[in-house]
Design a protein around this ligand. Structure first.
Ligand SMILES: NC(=O)c1ccc[n+]([C@@H]2O[C@H](COP(=O)([O-])OP(=O)(O)OC[C@H]3O[C@@H](n4cnc5c(N)ncnc54)[C@H](O)[C@@H]3O)[C@@H](O)[C@H]2O)c1
Ligand SMILES: [Zn+2]
Length: 370
């Protein structure tokens, strides 16, 4: 790493049963001066010509699309790794967003029964959320994120400068996931998040501002990941906004991007509870993120029947019951809780109504697309 660590933003060490791993923050302000080196670099085709890789550095560029996360394309990658001469002691560096991360996690976990890798997340979502936790999610046929495993990188290097080229919709989506993490832990962490996110909302952020927000968010996520590494109890709370959100993505044929669907999913959960006053700061913040970036045509494309089907297909429900993560009034232990509610038409209608009311709330104020 050629850049200097960011002053006053300490590293984070995540304790995992698989291997402990570290997150460091780097204060680079000009991406052109960064020259990453590893046995092999796997990166997003977006960075072709934008990052100066050393001349002899082997690099594989991948288009960051959902198709790239499918098994046929991944099998080709195993061959490419072998052809690049990667052995059991080699180290791969992945540079990219969630798509590159999912592919790198999966491929390095299986190649020669597992090799070490490092990760530089380049999207706000990757930096604030998915870089920690070690999960991969791979698409199979028409099924998104159907298979996956756990294989965390050894070192995660966060260079906030990467966020400079992200469009506003990516920034808003990443902020929605960061808001979710903060809200899940409780009111205090959410208030702190609301203070730290202000420079990002104004667009006038420094590398230090972003690093402080990311650091605070990742510390909260660390609490969940260390308490429940394999998603069996507390970590499930981080699905907040996702049960409604995933169904909304399907119901709009993915016209609403993931992060914005999560913001709308959190609003739907709030509406489902009858909009209690303790949820007002979250509601207002989601509205703010969505007003800046949600395309009204995407909202128009909502298909109720598709929504119901996608909601029912969610793998988190159990026989006879829907499982929902909703805000809790006490906020003592956590900001959200899992509730089970009997499956059936009346509940499904209430769940759909909450989604439609969230969409209406955003549409009722003129949207400003940046
Ligand atoms: N494994 C996990 O824990 C986890 C968690 C959340 C999401 N995901 C997966 O991650 C994917 C979404 O990830 P994502 O939103 O981070 O992004 P992404 O990798 O899909 O990238 C989004 C877009 O931004 C571009 N991009 C990447 N970095 C950029 C930069 N610095 N400047 C400009 N453009 C840039 C990419 O080329 C792409 O067009 C989904 O497939 C999702 O399923 C995985
Ligand atoms: Zn998400």
């Amino acid at each position: 790493m050629t850049s200097l660590p960011l002053a006053s933003v300490p590293s984070i060490v995540i304790r995992s049963s698989l291997c402990n791993y570290t997150i460091d923050f780097h204060g680079l302000t000009d991406l052109g001066t960064w020259h990453p080196e590893a046995d092999l670099i796997l990166t997003d085709a977006f960075f072709r010509g934008r990052i100066s890789f050393p001349k002899e550095q082997p690099v594989i560029f991948v288009e960051a699309t959902e198709a790239a996360k499918s098994l046929p394309q991944i099998i080709e990658l195993f061959v490419a790794l072998k052809q690049a001469g990667l052995g059991r002691g080699s180290r791969l560096l992945a540079v990219g967003g969630g798509v590159i991360q999912d592919i790198a996690t999966f491929v390095t976990s299986l190649y020669m029964r597992g090799i070490a890798w490092d990760y530089v997340p380049t999207t706000f979502l990757g930096m604030a959320d998915s870089c920690m936790g070690g999960k991969s999610s791979i698409n199979v046929g028409a099924f998104k994120n159907l298979i996956g495993n756990f294989h965390p990188p050894r070192c995660i290097d966060i260079l906030p400068v990467f966020a400079r080229t992200l469009p506003p919709v990516e920034m808003a989506g990443g902020a929605a996931e960061a808001a979710k993490i903060a809200f899940c832990r409780g009111p205090e962490t959410f208030s702190r998040y609301l203070e730290l996110v202000q420079p990002v909302l104004s667009g006038a952020w420094s590398e230090q501002d972003l690093a402080l927000l990311l650091h605070a968010t990742l510390l909260v996520k660390q609490w969940f990941v260390e308490k429940d590494e394999f998603d069996r109890a507390e970590r499930r709370c981080l699905n907040f906004g996702h049960t409604w959100g995933h169904a909304l993505e399907s119901a709009t044929q993915f016209a609403i991007p993931h992060g914005l669907a999560v913001a709308l999913g959190m609003m739907a959960a709030v509406r489902f509870l009858g909009s209690p006053s303790y949820c007002l700061p979250l509601w207002d913040h989601c509205l703010q993120l969505l007003h800046l970036t949600l395309d009204p045509a995407a909202v128009e494309s909502f298909e109720p029947e598709r929504f119901r089907r996608a909601f029912l297909a969610d793998k988190k429900h159990s026989s006879g019951y829907y499982h929902l993560i909703v805000p809790t009034s006490s906020g003592v232990e956590l900001g959200v809780e899992e509730i089970t509610t009997p499956a059936g038409d009346p509940q499904l209608a209430a769940i759909q109504l909450a989604m439609e009311e969230a969409l209406q709330a955003v549409s009722s104020v003129p949207l400003e697309i940046v």
